[in-house]
Design a protein around this ligand. Structure first.
Ligand SMILES: [Zn+2]
Length: 82
């Protein structure tokens, strides 16, 4: 649990350390899907926690323009398809 992951975001701006894109970008998503292969529920719980944390951070950073709903960015892509 404590080992560092190359796909982790920089807090509190939630950009990916390696490429500077909004986290989770494409490679970060692939990395997570690989890491959590066969355990999609755990991945969704993990992402839901991070989504709440990111929403809090981003709202604190720009109180006048709080972030839009982060559900698509954090969760929708990870849900099992049809
Ligand atoms: Zn990236």
């Amino acid at each position: 649990m404590a080992r560092p992951h190359p796909h982790l975001p920089i807090r509190p701006v939630w950009l990916r350390r390696r490429c500077g894109h909004p986290w989770p970008c494409g490679p970060a998503r692939l990395s997570l899907l690989t890491e959590y292969r066969g355990n999609r529920i755990a991945l969704l719980i993990y992402l839901a926690v991070l989504k709440e944390e990111a929403t809090t951070h981003l709202t604190e950073l720009t109180p006048t323009t709080p972030p839009a709903d982060l559900t698509d960015r954090f969760l929708t892509w990870a849900r099992a398809r049809g």
